[in-house]
Design a protein around this ligand. Structure first.
Ligand SMILES: Cc1cc2nc3c(=O)[nH]c(=O)nc-3n(C[C@H](O)[C@H](O)[C@H](O)COP(=O)(O)O)c2cc1C
Length: 181
């Protein structure tokens, strides 16, 4: 069982990476093979909107997204992590998402996902647009969204470590998703 963790924050050791790691640790405990990518460390250019991919299912841009799509295909489940930036996902995460447009609509059908989102504001409502956006995209692609782990009220780097309940829910989600595959 292969699980792919995707960190959409450019801040290494930040709240998003901690949450993704915790979920991946739970999956490892349940016997999964894990891999983690840091979007900010990769060359993933924004979609050009040319729609050349509608015929070829390949992007005209030759960058790291090709390699990432292979990893996405090889994994049965993905852990998608992004911080909230202005009520939305980070630019790195949105660029990654937009590039899914090149992929045949059925390619990822049935894959499972866990979404995790920290934000500085103390209310989960800061994440509502991002949660709804991901719900719609994953459902459009026929994927099976398994769990959403939100961490409102954690703005400083690593601050989510002080929330054992959230970390434990994250680890449990990683553990549980493996049992469902
Ligand atoms: C450009 C930028 C915009 C942000 N906008 C919001 C926001 O709209 N709502 C919110 O609750 N937090 C916002 N934050 C705070 C981050 O969501 C918060 O610091 C989060 O923990 C960052 O995750 P990280 O440690 O993984 O980078 C923003 C942070 C940055 C850098």
């Amino acid at each position: 069982m292969q699980i792919l963790g995707v960190v959409g924050s450019p801040r290494r050791g930040g709240n998003t990476e901690i949450l993704v790691d915790e979920i991946l640790d739970g999956a490892t405990e349940a016997g999964a093979e894990i891999e983690k990518i840091i979007l900010d460390a990769l060359d993933i250019r924004p979609c050009k909107g040319c729609f050349a991919c509608s015929k070829t299912h390949e992007c005209v841009q030759d960058d790291d997204m090709k390699m990432v799509i292979v990893k996405m295909q090889e994994s049965q489940a993905w852990v998608l992590g992004t911080p909230i930036y202005w009520w939305g996902p980070s630019a790195q995460f949105k660029a990654f998402l937009d590039r899914w447009v090149s992929i045949p609509r059925t390619l990822f059908r049935g894959k499972k996902t866990i979404l995790t989102i920290p934000c500085g504001g103390g209310s989960e409502s800061y994440a509502r647009h991002t949660v709804d956006m991901l719900d719609d995209i994953l459902s459009y692609l026929g994927m099976e969204h398994f769990a959403t782990i939100l961490a409102p009220g954690f703005g400083k780097r690593g601050e989510v470590r002080s929330a054992p309940d959230i970390l434990s829910a994250a680890r449990q989600a990683g553990n549980d998703i493996i049992k469902k595959i």
